[in-house]
Design a protein around this ligand. Structure first.
Ligand SMILES: O=C(O)c1ccccc1NCC(=O)[C@H](O)[C@H](O)COP(=O)(O)O
Length: 250
């Protein structure tokens, strides 16, 4: 873990609970739905490839959305989402592994497990198609990428800097998320994607994460090289089907 830079208190708290959370008892073996295929299908059909996030709450949003996550997920798919992201972090994001299990059963698009995974046994808690691994917080990134792939997961390695991008590539990441949110300050800046994506190898699938709130933002991220966009807050705010449709047709 890179602790040389400061981390926002909310993120410290997220990491403290992540360290304490149990792993699974048995090693999982997953038959993942292909994320690259889902992105290609969206492209073919003229949709922007959006990973719509079921995000009941977060440290940077007020209140909690109490709707049934399965209903929200179905509406996101009806709005054209190529894939879904489901929070499984319980204490700061209102998620759970059970929510992910129910959502994945109800839809046929790839589903990302969105959490703060630090150890190999934490991969074994619930099946998903993709798992998020945050380069800044994982001690042995190459080891965890390999452990995820061995189980059948597609690891989505999240980075925020060019150095972390290089680390992710070295660790064997094929899908990289560039987070516009600085987890040091929790500030969002879309320049981040533009600055980091320019260094990415051609064959890596790039996901622009966080702070995307308009059609203009979508076009900006796509022009900078995003193959897919991860959008939470702006989709969860209001009618999720309509919101997802606005982004997938931007
Ligand atoms: O979203 C937060 O408040 C947050 C706080 C602390 C650590 C991580 C956080 N978000 C994680 C994410 O990566 C986002 O949920 C995801 O990229 C979607 O972002 P957005 O569209 O801005 O909700």
């Amino acid at each position: 873990m890179n602790t040389s830079e400061s981390i926002a208190p909310a993120v410290e708290s997220i990491l403290d609970s992540a360290r304490e959370r149990d792993g699974g008892d048995e090693r999982l073996s997953v038959e993942a739905r292909s994320f690259p295929d889902a992105v290609a299908e969206a492209e073919r059909e003229g949709r922007v490839a959006v990973i719509a996030e079921v995000k009941p709450t977060s440290p940077t949003t007020e209140g909690i959305r109490e709707d049934d996550p399965v209903e929200l997920a179905r509406e996101m798919v009806a709005g054209g989402a190529a894939a879904l992201s489901v929070l499984t972090e319980p204490e700061h994001f209102g998620g759970s592994p059970e929510t992910l299990r129910r959502v994945r059963e109800a839809v046929d698009v790839p589903v990302l497990r969105k959490d703060f995974l630090l150890r190999e046994d934490q991969l074994d808690v619930v099946e998903a198609d993709l798992v998020l691994l945050i380069a800044r917080f994982v001690d042995d990134l190459a080891g965890l990428v390999e452990a995820a792939k061995e189980r059948g997961f597609q690891p989505l390695v999240e980075v925020h800097t060019r150095e972390e991008l290089a680390e992710a590539i070295e660790a064997g990441a094929d899908v990289v998320g560039i987070n516009n949110r600085d987890l040091g300050k929790l500030e969002v800046d879309l320049d981040t994607f533009e600055r980091v994506a320019i260094e990415a190898p051609e064959d890596v699938l790039l996901v622009a994460e966080s702070g995307i709130g308009s059609g203009e933002n979508v076009r900006r991220m796509r022009e900078a090289g995003a193959d897919a966009l991860l959008i939470g807050t702006a989709i969860m705010d209001g009618d999720v089907r309509e919101n997802t449709n606005d982004f997938t047709t931007a």
